[in-house]
Design a protein around this ligand. Structure first.
Ligand SMILES: Cc1cc2nc3c(=O)[nH]c(=O)nc-3n(C[C@H](O)[C@H](O)[C@H](O)COP(=O)(O)O)c2cc1C
Length: 206
């Protein structure tokens, strides 16, 4: 019998686009047979900044019940899929701050040999999606993690067109997450679970 994969989907989202992809990935991961934890990272922005943006305030209220990721959930996971909006072509401070709390696990070698992957959202088409995912993956190299990017491993990837990870362009908030992105998210989740399961099935080989 093949082992159950523990999948942590850990994301930051201000206005909800990254959160929608996180939910799609979490549900596809569960359908692929994984035990899934869907977790957000802690907010760092001041209350006044959140309150000044209607979409941000509404999303913060709507996701108040989503648990904030503790580092131990990364230790629990066989596979971690991180998600973030791009911030000037880089990972959001909120997700990066979470990653910076993983130093203790890193020092114990407990971040290594897991499967990692990432997804991103941006306002504009060439707004830094690839640089954000590559920046995210820099840290995975330091973890000793195994980056499982989607590449063009399924026809859906020729539609969303981002081999580094699922991505969405929100068009300054005007474009809801559509089927091309959802297809890519499902494919990414299935691929990550499948490869994590293969690794977990042969621990002596890792
Ligand atoms: C400080 C800041 C920097 C941003 N930088 C970029 C950027 O470099 N390129 C871009 O296309 N969008 C940028 N955006 C827009 C967000 O990345 C985009 O709206 C994203 O889809 C929001 O995702 P969310 O709804 O999950 O928060 C930025 C937004 C903020 C607040």
């Amino acid at each position: 019998m093949s082992p159950t994969v523990n999948l942590a989907v850990i994301y930051y989202s201000s206005t909800g686009f990254s959160a929608e992809i996180a939910q799609e990935i979490a549900s596809a991961g569960a359908k692929a047979g994984a035990e899934v934890r869907l977790l957000k990272t802690a907010e760092l922005a001041p209350e006044a900044a959140i309150a000044s943006n209607e979409a941000w305030a509404a999303h913060a209220a709507a996701t108040a019940g989503v648990p904030v990721a503790p580092p131990d959930d990364v230790a629990w996971a066989d596979a971690v899929i991180f998600g973030t909006p791009t911030r000037f072509g880089n990972v959001s401070a909120q997700l990066k701050q979470f990653m910076d709390t993983l130093g203790g696990l890193w020092a114990q070698g407990r971040l290594a040999d897991k499967v990692y992957s990432g997804f991103v959202t941006s306002a504009t088409t060439h707004g830094g999606q690839e640089s954000t995912l590559l920046a995210l993956y820099n840290s995975i190299h330091h973890f000793g993690g195994l980056i499982v990017s989607p590449g063009y491993t399924d026809p859906v990837k020729f539609v969303d067109g981002n081999p580094y990870g699922t991505s969405h362009v929100d068009g300054q908030g005007a474009n809801p997450v559509g089927e091309a992105t959802r297809d890519a998210a499902r494919h990414q989740a299935e691929r990550v679970v499948r490869i994590a399961r293969a690794l977990k099935s042969a621990p002596a080989a890792v």
